[in-house]
Design a binder for this molecule. Structure first.
Ligand SMILES: NC(=O)c1ccc[n+]([C@@H]2O[C@H](COP(=O)([O-])OP(=O)(O)OC[C@H]3O[C@@H](n4cnc5c(N)ncnc54)[C@H](O)[C@@H]3O)[C@@H](O)[C@H]2O)c1
Length: 426
């Protein structure tokens, strides 16, 4: 096995996953980071995290460097692939970035090298889809000339409690020796411990079911919330009451967007269908969560129609457009769907989000952000529980709204604090 002092790591893809990993490993090993996005690289080189997750970081030029040319990583011997695994518009796995990254690594792969995949994939993907690309473009043979490992990531953007360092990391590899080597390597940066699985497929499956389970649990809450809305019952009150039983699992309803929970189950269902089994429960949950934005839109429009001055367009303020609280990430944000639909309905819409980059929102979704909250709104929709919004109260909402306004409080932030305004939550 390679001695630690000879380990030279190349991290492929410097996003939410790759950058913290490169920084952590660079405290123990020589690391080179590679990304195809020049803007990402120039921000990182200037000491700024493009995703605003890391408050500050310093780059030790002795052990860490960043590159846009894959050839610069030629002297690395361990490659860690952390590129996106999105879905297509038809909700099918898009392995484009993963295959492109594998091809780049293959070009500089040498005998004795190791490739570790960290991107979330369906069971079998690493060895059935990525390894053939490595073999094809390197001319080397899997297991004989180079080894492969898989270690899924569990970091949770915006969450300062569950970090790379204090969350148990799953590690798997193509053989026992490689698995031991990878375990030892990750032990240097993960204090919570390493869990090894017998095969790569088990590690791939473990990661994907963590997110699938969460998706399904939220889907159940979302469905319950639609039912309770028809019954005139407040969902949160029901959940609080039910949570007094020892075995009730408390999840809360909400929009499920982002690049993990709303995407990963489709990787699993794709593979399942390819093997001839149609997964009923997982796909039903996805459907409920994907359609929740329509329910929120319908209820919002119903409230707006109660207005008497119908000649005037309703003015709506959305507070929070990122996919979840306290992050700048707008990928697959379901609030974006609500916003677009409101615009379609001729609503005069303003969106305020102190975490989101206005240029990115415009470029990627053609939506404008306002720099500050205005006034004379007929409806305020608080879509995300950003810390900046939590202290708002009824007086504040009344000060920025017209007569008879409605507060759509998707995450029930203001439950029991609104008395005279019309109020709706999930
Ligand atoms: N973000 C998370 O919290 C999180 C948590 C667990 C697992 N994951 C998984 O990790 C993987 C990466 O997610 P992320 O959120 O870090 O993505 P990201 O979009 O933040 O970053 C990916 C980076 O890879 C770069 N890239 C794309 N194609 C490339 C290529 N061919 N070669 C080199 N670089 C390339 C992009 O420019 C980008 O900077 C995904 O599979 C995701 O599901 C993410």
């Amino acid at each position: 096995m390679r001695p630690e002092k000879d380990i030279r790591i190349g991290v492929i893809g410097l996003g939410y996953l790759g950058l913290p990993l490169a920084l952590a490993f660079s405290k123990h090993f020589k690391v080179k980071g590679y990304d195809i996005n020049e803007r990402v690289l120039s921000e990182i080189k200037s000491g700024k995290d493009p995703n605003n997750e890391l408050e500050s970081f310093s780059i030790n030029a002795e052990s860490l460097s960043f590159h846009s040319d894959i050839d610069a990583l030629y002297d690395c011997n361990v490659y860690i692939v952390t590129v996106p695994t999105p879905v297509t518009s038809l909700k099918l796995p898009d392995l484009g970035p993963l295959k492109a990254a594998s091809k780049s690594v293959a070009k500089i792969l040498n005998k004795g090298d190791l490739v570790i995949y960290e991107s979330t994939v369906y069971p079998g993907c690493t060895e059935e889809d990525c390894v053939p690309v490595l073999e094809k473009y390197s001319g080397l043979h899997y297991k004989l000339d180079f080894k492969v490992a898989y270690s899924p990531e569990r970091i949770n953007p915006g969450d300062k409690k569950h970090t790379l360092e204090n969350t148990v990391k799953i590690v798997s590899a193509c053989d026992n020796d490689t698995c031991t080597f990878v375990k030892t390597m990750y032990e240097r940066i993960v204090k919570a411990g390493i869990y090894t699985t017998r095969s790569i497929k088990v590690a791939e499956a473990a990661k994907i079911i963590e997110n699938t389970q969460r998706d399904l649990n939220i889907a159940l809450m979302n469905e319950l919330s639609i039912i309770f809305d028809l019954m005139g019952i407040n969902t949160l009150e029901v959940l609080e009451a039910a949570s007094t039983k020892w075995n009730f699992q408390k999840y809360t309803p909400g929009l499920v967007g982002g690049h993990c929970i709303s995407v990963d189950p489709y990787y699993l269902t794709y593979k399942s269908q390819e093997l001839g089994y149609h997964p009923e429960i997982i796909l039903s949950g996805r459907k409920v969560n994907d359609n929740l934005s329509k329910h929120i839109l319908k209820r919002t429009l119903q409230f707006l129609e109660y207005r008497t001055d119908t000649e005037k367009e309703a003015r709506v303020l959305i507070l929070g457009i990122s996919f979840k609280e306290n992050v700048s990430d707008i990928r697959n944000s379901k609030t974006i769907e609500v916003a677009r639909e409101l615009i379609q309905q001729n609503v005069e819409l303003e969106i305020y989000d102190p975490h989101v980059d206005a240029i990115k929102l415009k470029e990627e979704y053609d939506l404008e952000l306002v720099n500050e909250i205005g006034e004379n709104y007929d409806c305020v929709m608080v879509a995300v529980k950003h810390k900046e919004f939590e202290s708002f109260d009824e007086d504040y909402f009344l000060s920025i709204t017209n007569e008879n306004p409605v507060l759509i409080d998707i995450k029930s932030i203001y439950k029991d604090r609104i008395h005279s305004m019309r109020y709706w939550s999930l």
